[in-house]
Design a protein around this ligand. Structure first.
Ligand code: LMR
Length: 392
């Protein structure tokens, strides 16, 4: 039977990690997969995580199974950050479970939507390539609309048209903040409108919040999610701690459900538990336990938030430097200054992207997405100059 399986291409984004590692050039630049880097180009473990891991090592007295829901202390400790300190469970209408990374959260949210009867899901494109892959794997019909315009602003007209066509019982997948791959986010005024439209159309919102704190701050970046939840009766929220706690390979995520009536919550979550049990049984514990220990400790929480502030400030500095450069050949870098999070799109052809990689050692996704955190004050001038060379 196994001979029936045809060779599949490697995931294009993850393949870049190996290609970059194998490149011997000293001045190569990795703008591929979304990991934060310091001004020295490193991705260190957060000091707050190191301290929490030390504490965990000293105090953890068992590694016995927890169950498909994972570490509920972690799940609940995050809720005030996501849903607001004032009644984070909305009167018992919101609860969740731990998942392996944000990917596990998206997967479970989409699987729950499908199990609840959703057949069609709307999504702005471009999006994180794995979104479409997960939806296709679950057999959900994907309907797309333009996320942004050529001028680098969100395409609200496209979203309005999509939601006008959407039927009650459809779902819509929205990025909570720091849109991946464009860095182009809905404004607060846009979110006010989106919340009303989603409610009016009876569409189930699936909100992916994978970069909270990397845009304007933990509170600011939750605006869209909270605004939508304030309007609609029910929603699913996928969450990732992989970036804002730097836990990438430890796979720390969650999925939350908001229901119309608190009496429905246990049934919804029990479906999450069943789906998780069949897929991965239970999520890995270590990373979520470390995050919980941070959030339970005031001093560690302060340390973590300070580290997040430093990351955000550095990404803003890189973006300001790109915007100051204005044009690099035919590419206008000015819009990147106002975009958010790790990513932006540089409008390059496939040939130009390959030329940057082969001739200049610059690695970026095939969509032209760059991880701005891969740029440092030491390599940004080379990047701008090489961009000008290939796009001239
Ligand atoms: C990215 O888009 O680079 C990250 O979300 C990593 C991933 O899993 O694709």
């Amino acid at each position: 039977m196994l001979e029936n399986l045809e060779q599949q291409p490697a995931d294009a984004l993850l393949a870049l990690i190996k290609l970059h590692n194998a490149d011997p050039r000293a001045d190569k630049i990795d703008l591929g997969v979304g990991v934060y880097r310091t001004g020295e180009g490193d991705t260190p473990v957060f000091a707050a995580i190191k301290a929490a891991e030390k504490k965990l090592l000293e105090t953890q007295d068992s590694k016995a199974y927890l169950g498909p829901e994972g570490d509920m202390g972690f799940v609940h400790a995050l809720m005030p950050y996501v849903f607001g300190k004032d009644d984070p469970s909305k009167g018992g209408r919101i609860d969740g479970m731990q998942t392996p990374g944000g990917t596990g959260g998206v997967r479970l949210a989409a699987a729950l939507a499908k199990k609840a009867g959703v057949q069609r899901i709307w999504m702005g494109v471009p999006s994180w390539p794995n979104h479409a892959q997960i939806l296709a794997d679950l057999g959900l019909e994907l309907k797309t609309f333009a996320h942004s315009t050529k001028d680098g602003v969100v395409d609200m007209d496209a979203l309005r048209a999509a939601l006008a066509e959407a039927q009650p019982g459809d779902a819509v997948l929205l990025h909570g903040c720091c849109h991946n791959p464009t860095g182009i986010d809905y404004s607060n005024a846009d979110w006010d409108e989106i919340a009303g439209l989603v409610k009016a159309r009876g569409v189930l919102p699936v909100l992916d919040l994978a970069y909270q704190g990397l845009g304007y701050g933990m509170e600011e970046d939750a605006y869209g999610v909270r605004r939508v939840l304030a309007e609609v009766p029910e929603a699913l929220i996928a969450y990732s701690c992989d970036k804002n706690f730097g836990m990438y390979r430890d796979r720390v995520g969650a999925v939350y459900a908001m229901v119309a009536d608190p009496a429905q919550l246990n049934a919804v979550l029990s479906n999450g538990h069943t789906l998780a049990r069949a897929a991965w049984s239970m999520p890995p514990d270590h990373g979520a336990a470390a995050v919980r220990l941070i959030l339970e400790d005031e001093a560690l929480t302060r340390l973590w938030l300070d580290e997040l502030d430093t990351m955000r400030a550095r990404m803003r500095q890189v973006r300001a430097r790109l915007a100051d450069a204005g044009k690099a050949g035919a590419i206008d870098l000015a819009p990147l200054g106002g975009q958010n999070g790790l990513f932006s799109i540089v409008p390059l052809s496939g040939e130009q992207i390959l030329k940057l990689r082969n001739d200049h050692g610059i690695y970026m996704a095939g969509s032209g997405r760059i991880n701005v955190a891969g740029l440092t004050m030491g390599n940004i001038d080379k990047f701008i100059a090489d961009l000008a060379t290939v796009s001239a």
